[in-house]
Design a protein around this ligand. Structure first.
Ligand code: EPU
Length: 337
């Protein structure tokens, strides 16, 4: 176990805006996590479990303990001729898992290539891209109850997954720490290429492999999303709003090119990027923060941004989208104070 005091969080969140934590604690096993949760600097005090920090904005220095998992075991739990169930430690880097599964020829995660973050957070956030979400392959989520220190395993249905949402972000927020995730992967993969331009990018290949899909997703993502190692950002800053069909039809009458995705009976999901773009925000800056030129959904740390610059830019964008389209957009990024 590692315990650091007055610790710089710069390398632990992808916005790369300076912030420190009173304590930073990294644990390597479930047993160590239980010890951590019993420490006086954690028990009864302010603490926060983080993953890769790819969905966080520290609005100020964190006066508490930041916990980070270094549980990085991975193993096969069971397998048949058709599928394999693997148990993956929460501290494994998400894209390392995707690369590993593709190398093994196990299908299910390839569309989620190149997403920053770690495995534990993937099960909380239900990360998604190119028509697939983490929930499509998650079998079970193993957690520790932060109060009782007992282990609890949630099956997929109990996680109550929705778009970028789960029970761990709602009713059970802060009550559990994910220690491992079980994924059900396919040995005879069925590819999902219907979303966006994925099939176009792969159109020259007769029978694309998992590796081809992974390469195509990485290519598409790197063309429109900034590399957080080079330009601080937290991916999509806002969630795509889900609105009633009636409201969508009214907007479409004025803006016939508005894109949409199905979102269940009577509802439609519209891209926040498109709404923000139409409000004229592309490339606009506020202090050191800016709207990314190639993708309006992404706010970037352009030039030594302060958290306040990002917050103020986000607020102005939210107001202008509301005023123009009557739609309230909500951040996907978690604000931490
Ligand atoms: N668009 C604009 N202006 C822009 C960017 C996009 O008008 O500056 C339009 C595009 O033409 C397109 C639509 O907006 O019609 C949607 O754009 P895009 O496909 O780039 O983004 P998205 O579908 O809304 C979601 C996820 C991404 C994920 C992609 C691919 C959310 C909030 N975001 O974006 O996830 O990679 O789909 O599946 O759901 C993330 O969560 O960090 C993330 C990057």
């Amino acid at each position: 176990m590692i315990i650091e005091r007055n610790f710089s969080l710069l390398q632990h969140h992808t916005f790369h805006i300076p912030a420190t934590a009173d304590y930073f604690i990294e644990y390597e096993s479930v047993e160590e996590l239980k010890e951590v949760l019993s420490l006086p600097i954690v028990k009864g005090n302010k603490f926060l479990q983080i993953g890769g920090g790819s969905n966080l904005l520290f609005t100020q220095d964190y006066h508490g303990a930041i916990l980070h998992s270094a549980i990085r075991s991975i193993g096969v739990v069971s397998e048949t001729a058709e599928e394999v169930i693997i148990k993956v430690g929460a501290g494994i880097v998400w894209d390392d898992l995707v690369a590993y599964s593709v190398k093994m020829g196990w299908g299910g995660l390839e569309n989620l290539s190149n997403i920053p973050g770690e495995v534990g957070a993937s099960a909380i956030q239900n990360i998604g891209a190119y028509g697939r979400e983490a929930k499509d392959t998650i079998e079970q989520v193993e957690c520790i109850d932060v109060e009782s220190l007992c282990m609890r395993v949630f099956d997929n249905a109990e996680c109550m997954y929705g778009y970028r949402s789960s029970i761990f972000k709602k009713e059970m927020k802060g009550r559990f720490i994910v220690t491992a995730v079980f994924f059900r992967l396919q040995k005879k993969p069925i590819l999902h290429l219907e979303y966006g331009n994925l099939s176009t990018v792969l159109s020259s290949l007769k029978e694309p492999s998992l590796q081809d899909v992974r390469d195509a997703v990485i290519k598409i993502r790197s063309e429109k999303l900034p590399d957080p190692d080079l330009v601080g950002n937290a991916g999509s800053f806002f969630m795509n709003p889900i609105i009633p069909v009636g409201q969508y039809e009214k907007i479409k009458a004025d803006y016939p090119d508005i894109p949409s995705y199905p979102a269940g009976p009577g509802q439609i999901k519209v891209p926040a990027a498109w709404l923000i773009d139409r409000c004229g925000w592309k490339g606009k800056a506020e202090g050191g923060a800016a709207v990314y030129e190639k993708q309006c959904l992404v706010l970037i740390n352009q030039d030594h941004a302060k958290a306040q610059d990002v917050l103020s830019l986000a607020e102005k964008i939210t107001i202008s989208v509301k005023n123009r389209f009557g739609i309230t957009i909500h951040p996907e990024v978690n604000f931490i104070d």
